[in-house]
Design a protein around this ligand. Sequence first.
Ligand SMILES: O=P(O)(O)O[C@H]1O[C@H](CO)[C@@H](O)[C@H]1O
Ligand SMILES: O=c1cc[nH]c(=O)[nH]1
Length: 360
Amino acid sequence: MLAPGCELDPDQEVVRTRPEDYFLRPPSHAPCTACGTVMTIHIVERMALVIPASNSSMRSDRNTYVGKRFVHVKNAYLDSMDEDILYHLDLGTKTHNLLAMFGDVKFVCVGGSPNRMKAFALFMHKELGLEEAEEDIKDICAGTDRYCMYKTGPVLTISHVMVIPSISIMLHELITLLHHARCYDVTIIRIGTSGGIGIAPGTVVITDIAVDSFFKPRFEQVILDNIVTRSTELDKELSEELFNCSKEIPNFPTLIGHTMCTYDFYEGQGRLDGALCSFSRDKKLDYLKRAYKAGVRNIEMESTVFTAMCGLCAAVVCVTLLNRLDCDQINLPHDVLVEYQQRPQLLISNFIRRRLGLCD
Ligand SMILES: O=P(O)(O)O[C@H]1O[C@H](CO)[C@@H](O)[C@H]1O
Ligand SMILES: O=c1cc[nH]c(=O)[nH]1
């Protein structure tokens, strides 16, 4: 077991936790960098499937992608399949020419609400000055009502509904789609809403690391009857780039901080206004204050699985709708809510235009 207060070499991919939880690789041992105490370490799988476009310190298993960094699928079975049906997207390798449809995608923007994501696609269409008529921007996944998807030039926009399992299914099919379409140098961004902790409503939080309800930077996935823990590391350069973009927008409160991802909006986020509540106001505030102290600035419900699957060329940008130290209910006037929800969209549009060399 880990000695209390010990630190491991930060370059090591480890998590310090209960040994029985980690089955992915057998535990090994390493000395604490400070005191030399030998500790049991449990290797966490690096899951990120999308390869960063500009990362000079890529691991050797990623170095096969010199020049173009293709979207990577860690599944040996896929390429031997005669046909791959992406059921929830209503797309498939035999029914659609995925290379022709999606081969030029460079940015993927995801968010919960189908209407908000459609509005973002139409906004991007305008911002990129694309010639195609707005009416021609159709939902590519119209054959299913699970998710919606729009393509505007190199920007693919997809809704993922709410919570980890829903975004996880979408990401499996999205990443497979990008792989079939031979996409490369892709950046994936989640644009959403969240509850803030200790910050003014309307603040945009750019996530530096996604943490779970225990403030740990990990995502636990049950696979068969094992729990596999995956890293939720994000590309720091990308968050800095986004932060710099935000400085160019007037009256645009933005910060970089940890984002906590929960499995529930009510009890899971310490709300007193759900159908069930088994804790006191004091316990709630104590929890949220501990979260703040651990670096958490906002709470939402998808970031850990999103970062685990897309991490090293991905970003999470969420506006806060309330300060959870003050209240639980979201009672913003409709026009304010709409304006707040547009903030991450505005930032990402500026970022994409800048990356495409379209900014003045
Ligand atoms: O703004 P979106 O992307 O919908 O995400 C946030 O809003 C939902 C809760 O209202 C959760 O899914 C949370 O993560
Ligand atoms: O408090 C909030 C607000 C939006 N989304 C969440 O997950 N929590």
